[in-house]
Design a binder for this molecule. Structure first.
Ligand code: 4GN
Length: 201
């Protein structure tokens, strides 16, 4: 399956691991050596799927709760890569031998466990795609949360009065420099209140 989005800034290919099973029932998992609950994805099946998509300049990422937690800096770094191959596990995991052979980076989207790596992969793809030329306006990336290490200032739009509440006067003033200063102050204030940990770094 291949999908091209919008003006073709991003090319996304999806392969189904079952297509690489050599078993008549399309089996891709087996019981763990040493015993225990659940099933483990077979290394040869994963390896064939990998070989079908591998490219010279591709970075192979495995979505896993054991990985380094994703952050905006990592997202920005990944957006500069030519190709990403994202491996999604299911069941109890994937045979360690094929992980050791093909995975360059293990990434987690947070400290919780999901049934599969597909949703984490979608989170990664979405966050990275925002950095691709033409997906967003440049300013929206520069001005957003985290790119300056702070949370965003509050935004307002029409109407000028909503349920009796007005818009901060300064934003209607047209004083560009004063507005910038106000926004910076608000960013700091909000970060202090909601995410003081961001300021300690
Ligand atoms: C990644 C994968 C959570 C994450 C996952 C995460 C699938 N859950 N926090 N589930 O980014 C064992 C093998 C669980 C694959 C994995």
């Amino acid at each position: 399956m291949e999908k091209l989005y919008g003006k073709e800034q991003i090319n996304l290919n999806v392969v189904n691991i079952r297509d690489f099973s050599q078993n008549k029932h399309k089996k891709v998992d087996d019981t763990p050596y040493g015993g225990g609950a659940g099933m483990v994805m077979m290394p040869d099946v994963v390896y064939r799927a990998y070989q079908s998509v591998k490219k010279e300049k591709a970075k192979v990422i495995y979505m896993s709760p054991q990985g380094k937690t994703l952050n905006q800096k990592k997202v920005e770094d990944l957006s500069k890569e030519e190709h990403l191959i994202i491996l999604c596990g299911h069941y109890e995991g994937i045979d360690q031998r094929v992980l050791d052979k093909i995975v360059e980076e293990e990434i987690s989207i947070g400290d919780y466990v999901l049934t599969g790596g597909e949703i984490p992969a979608m989170v990664l793809i979405d966050s990275v795609s925002r950095y691709i030329e033409g997906v967003l306006k440049k300013r929206s990336i520069q001005e957003e949360s985290f790119s300056n290490g702070l949370l965003e200032y509050p935004q307002y739009t029409r109407p000028e009065i909503f349920e009796g509440e007005t818009v901060p006067e300064i934003l209607l003033s047209g004083h560009h420099e004063k507005i910038q200063k106000w926004r910076k102050e608000k960013s700091l204030e909000i970060t202090k209140k909601k995410r003081p940990d961001l300021l300690e770094k």
